[in-house]
Design a protein around this ligand. Structure first.
Ligand SMILES: NC(=O)c1ccc[n+]([C@@H]2O[C@H](COP(=O)([O-])OP(=O)(O)OC[C@H]3O[C@@H](n4cnc5c(N)ncnc54)[C@H](O)[C@@H]3O)[C@@H](O)[C@H]2O)c1
Length: 283
């Protein structure tokens, strides 16, 4: 499958990670966000992350060569010729639906849309487009540069050809996919979000401080990170939105977000990206 030109929508944690992976593989990519301030922040994040990656991956092209492949813009016009788009915007239905309407207006008919979402049904996203057979879920793990495997989700109408395109894209950036069927949260986040939420309830109930909760998972279970360190890495705002999407999708109270999560979001404690969450990242 001949995929040459790429688009990435959303230049937050995940969009920057995906754009970086495409540039590392030597391909040009259009990276789109809402305004210049967000794009400038993304430019700083990308420079720092590519520099860091180069430290571990000496064979990577020079930092400036990789950055030159990433064209940052607020305008969708440059997507007219792309073959494959990865959408990584905020985990809210209205934000995602608005993006797909704009993509349909500009992208060529054969272009494939890959939705990077924590919990939203890929079938529902497909229904918001005029090409539901060319929509696939692509749940990248964070940090993208360090995670070799991606959860690939087959929506109800996703075609075999689209799954082939998804596999070819992932191979081109040095990753593998595990294909699963479509239900909100897929495999990873149906389990992970419940674990994180229960860990938040433990802190809220005063059973243990965040450091102790994480320590038990690291030192007793041998996990590389505890659930609250993972929540900080993902973003507390994204955790809250993901639980809300799961709760709305299943109407099951097991997904009700811990009130402490909302309090932290309201307080601006969004995890690593804000400098503090369950742990502090001030330095
Ligand atoms: N953070 C994680 O660990 C993680 C992992 C896997 C999947 N996801 C999913 O990936 C998606 C992005 O998450 P994130 O952590 O990068 O969030 P983020 O908040 O870091 O970034 C989201 C970006 O989308 C932009 N955006 C919002 N509406 C837009 C629009 N209409 N057009 C263009 N850009 C728009 C925002 O300005 C922001 O820069 C979400 O659906 C999330 O659930 C996140």
């Amino acid at each position: 499958m001949d995929l040459r030109r790429f688009g990435v929508i959303g230049a937050g944690i995940m969009g920057c990670g995906v754009a970086q992976a495409i540039a590392r593989a030597g391909s040009p990519v259009e990276l789109i966000d809402l305004d210049d301030d967000r794009l400038q922040a993304a430019q700083r994040t990308l420079r720092s992350n590519i520099r860091q990656q180069k430290f571990f991956d000496r064979s990577a092209p020079p930092v400036d060569d990789q950055l030159a492949l990433i064209r940052m813009t607020t305008c969708y016009d440059g997507l007219a010729e792309v073959d494959f788009v990865v959408e990584n915007v905020t985990e809210e239905w209205d934000a995602k639906a608005g993006v797909y309407a704009r993509l349909d207006a500009v992208c060529k008919p054969e272009c494939v849309y890959a939705a990077n979402t924590s919990a939203i049904s890929i079938t529902r996203i497909g229904a918001a487009t005029k090409r539901r057979d060319r929509v696939v879920g692509m749940h990248f793990m964070n940090p993208v540069a360090m995670k070799p495997t991606v959860e690939v989700i087959r929506g109800h109408h996703t075609s075999a050809r689209t799954l082939d395109a998804a596999a070819a894209f992932l191979k081109s950036i040095g990753k593998a996919g595990v294909v699963v069927e479509d239900m909100p949260g897929f495999v990873s986040n149906r389990v992970l979000m419940l674990t994180i939420n229960e860990a938040v309830f433990l802190v809220q109930d005063g059973v243990a401080a965040a450091a102790e909760v994480d320590r038990i998972f690291r030192e007793c279970f041998g996990h590389p990170m505890g659930p609250l360190e993972t929540a900080d890495l993902i973003g507390i705002d994204t955790i809250l939105k993901s639980l809300e999407r799961l709760y709305e999708a299943y109407w099951d109270t097991k997904f009700r977000p811990a009130p402490l999560l909302r309090k932290m979001v309201d307080a601006g404690l969004h995890g690593r990206k804000s400098g503090a969450g369950f742990h502090s990242y001030a330095s």
